[in-house]
Design a protein around this ligand. Structure first.
Ligand SMILES: *[C@@H]1O[C@H](CO)[C@@H](O)[C@H](O)[C@H]1NC(C)=O
Ligand SMILES: *[C@@H]1O[C@H](CO)[C@@H](O)[C@H](O)[C@H]1NC(C)=O
Length: 265
C-alpha cells in the first residue's frame, strides 16, 4: 500500500498542473470580449485550476451546464456556485466548462467564460484512491424492441418515465449507424431546442453501451437533421444508490462479489 501511495505521489508531482488567474490582472469582471480573448490560445488540461478574483458583494462564479445557458446568462439551474471572492476551481473532467456571473447585468456585459478542457493521453489521470466500486447495474435497451429511431413525439419520454435509473445502470442504444447517432448533451435548454453543437459525448457505432456513472439528469439526442425534433430525444433521471453508499468499502466489495456470483448462475 505504501509503495502504491508513493508511486501515485510521484505520478501526481511529475505532471504539474497549471493554475490560471482568470482575466489576469483584470480578474473576474464585466468587460466586452475579455474572457474570449483571455482563453483564446490557452490549452487547459484535466487537473488545471482557474482562480476567480472578484468583489463578492456584486458577483459570484456560477458554473452552468451548457453553451445556451452561457449565451442567455441563465443561472437558474447551476452545476456549482462559488462566492468567496477568491475561488479556485479545479478542472476535473475533459470537455467544455461554462462559467457566468449570476448577476444578470454583469453577465450580459461580458462576465462569462467557457473553457475547453482536453485530456492529454500522455498525462494519464491517476485512478483515485480508493477506487470507487460502482454497484452492478441493469442494462436497459433504449426503446426496447423499437431501438433508437424516430417514432412519435413522446415515445422516449414514455419509455423513460416509467423506469427508475440508478448509478451503475447501462443504456444500450441500437440503431442503423448510417442514418443515426447518439449525442449526450449537457443542458436542459440544449435538450429542449435540440441543439447538438456542444455535446459531452458522441456515440456512433450503432450498438452503444453507455454507463450511467453520475447521478442527476442525463440527456441524449440524435444530431441528424429533424430526428431530435421528431421525438428522438431521451432524458433520464439517474438516482444515486443510497443503500450502497452507507456500506463500508469492504461490505461493498463483498456485496459486489455476491452480485457477480449470482449473475453467473
Ligand atoms: C480581443 O481581440 C480582438 C481581436 O484580436 C480585438 O479586436 C479586441 O479589441 C480584443 N478585446 C479586448 C478587450 O482586448
Ligand atoms: C450587479 O452588479 C452591479 C454592478 O455592475 C451592481 O450595481 C448590482 O447591485 C449587482 N446586483 C446584484 C443583485 O448584486
Amino acid at each position: 500500500m505504501l509503495v502504491m501511495i508513493t508511486t501515485f505521489t510521484i505520478l501526481l508531482s511529475c505532471c504539474s498542473a497549471t493554475v490560471y488567474k482568470v482575466g489576469d490582472s483584470d480578474g473576474w469582471t464585466a468587460k466586452d470580449d475579455t474572457y474570449y480573448n483571455w482563453s483564446e490560445g490557452k490549452e487547459f488540461h484535466v487537473g488545471d485550476s482557474l482562480i476567480f478574483q472578484y468583489d463578492r458583494n456584486f458577483n459570484d462564479v456560477t458554473q452552468v451546464s451548457g453553451a445556451l445557458e452561457l449565451e442567455f446568462c441563465d443561472s437558474s439551474s447551476p452545476k456549482a456556485v462559488y462566492n468567496t471572492g477568491h475561488d479556485a476551481v479545479t478542472l476535473k473532467e475533459p470537455g467544455y466548462h461554462h462559467f457566468i456571473s449570476s448577476n444578470h447585468s454583469q453577465c450580459l456585459s461580458g462576465q462569462r467564460l467557457d473553457v475547453l478542457v482536453v485530456h492529454d493521453p500522455s498525462r494519464p489521470i491517476p485512478p483515485s484512491l480508493p477506487r470507487k466500486i460502482l454497484p452492478f447495474g441493469k442494462t436497459y435497451k433504449v426503446g426496447d424492441s423499437k431501438g433508437w429511431n424516430v417514432y412519435d413525439n413522446d415515445f422516449y419520454y414514455k419509455w423513460s418515465e416509467e423506469k427508475q435509473f440508478h448509478v451503475g445502470d447501462n443504456l444500450l442504444f441500437k440503431y442503423d449507424n448510417e442514418v443515426n447517432d447518439v449525442l449526450e448533451i449537457s443542458g436542459d435548454l440544449e435538450f429542449k431546442s435540440c441543439d447538438p453543437t456542444s455535446p459531452v459525448a458522441v456515440f456512433r457505432t450503432g450498438h452503444d453501451l453507455v454507463r450511467l456513472t453520475e447521478p442527476g439528469v442525463h440527456y441524449f439526442i440524435s444530431s441528424k437533421t429533424g430526428h431530435c425534433e421528431g421525438g428522438l430525444k431521451l432524458r433520464v433521471v439517474v438516482a444515486s444508490t443510497p443503500s450502497v453508499s452507507k456500506l463500508s468499502p469492504i461490505d461493498r466489495l463483498i456485496r459486489w462479489l455476491r452480485t457477480l456470483i449470482s449473475h453467473h448462475h
